[in-house]
Design a protein around this ligand. Structure first.
Ligand SMILES: [Zn+2]
Length: 277
């Protein structure tokens, strides 16, 4: 697996400036803006042609790549065929991401569907075991990361995801700090709270988890039910500066994906602030 020397700031999908352009244009913009890579957004389906995969893979020598799986995933669906389809979508995301040079994939794993946390945990665990076994059989080595989710109806608080990560060697958390902030209705927004999260990850999952980090950050709007929508950083209360300070203090290495609506502009803002630390 890839070894990182630093924290890389990458865009969620192609920069907006790419317009109707394609991957070569997108990477030109990343290079011009001195950004470090891109998360491939398979949120509406895992589709990427052979030519694009090869091109992106060639770029992955100089850029850090990750991928985000489809939104239509629920490992806790009441319908077995929907669970099977969800497992397949995660396998497909991993396979295509790997062929495009990505080191890690993330996805929203499940909904509680009104069930209690231990029941849902066991179901997610059973399905994760299937996924990991299939990928191992196919000799596909890529990090599989359930994302910390933004709503209380969605499975995946930081403790559940750390627990799952402990059970499987291909699994680590994708830490979406904005989701954690929204899910806890405004808490988890101070330097100390960010340090607490990183400390917990390092303690429970070891240095590997901080040396191969995959996280998300954006401005966020939330209600009493959690995440409402993503915002640009400066339009939201997300305390990104203290978060970046915490990431620096823990010497976190890997990829931080900017998911603000203005994508590359906030990505640049984060990176530039981080470099002043
Ligand atoms: Zn996500």
């Amino acid at each position: 697996m890839k070894k990182f020397e630093k924290l890389n700031f990458i865009t969620a999908g192609m920069p907006l400036r790419t317009g109707k352009g394609s991957y070569p244009d997108a990477f030109d913009i990343l290079r011009e803006m001195k950004l470090d890579g891109m998360e491939l957004e398979f949120v509406h389906g895992v589709r990427m042609g052979e030519e694009s995969r090869e091109f992106v893979k060639s770029m992955s020598k100089d850029f850090v790549m990750t991928a985000h799986g489809p939104f239509y995933i629920n490992l806790n669906s009441a319908e077995p065929e929907k669970i099977d389809a969800s497992v397949q979508r995660i396998i497909d995301t991993a396979s295509v991401a790997l062929s495009a040079g990505a080191f890690s994939i993330t996805f929203h794993a499940a909904y509680y569907m009104g069930q209690d946390k231990p029941t849902v945990y066991n179901q997610v665990r059973t399905q994760t075991e299937r996924i990991v076994n299939i990928l191992k059989e196919q000799k596909k080595e890529i990090w599989i990361r359930p994302e910390t989710t933004g709503k209380e109806t969605q499975w995946g608080d930081i403790d559940e995801i750390i627990k799952l990560s402990k059970e499987f060697d291909l699994v680590l958390p994708c830490v979406d700090f904005s989701h954690i902030h929204a899910r806890t209705f405004g808490r988890n927004n101070t330097y100390d709270e960010f340090c607490k999260i990183l400390n917990k990850i390092g303690k429970k999952l070891g240095q590997t988890a901080l040396d191969n980090f995959h996280g998300h950050l954006a401005g966020i709007d939330y209600t009493g039910k959690g995440e409402r929508k993503h915002l640009n950083l400066e339009e939201s209360d997300m305390n990104y500066k203290d978060l970046l300070k915490a990431l620096k203090s823990f010497d976190v290495k890997g990829a931080l994906v900017c998911e603000s609506p203005n994508i590359e502009d906030d990505c640049k803002l984060m990176k530039e602030f981080y470099l002043t630390l």
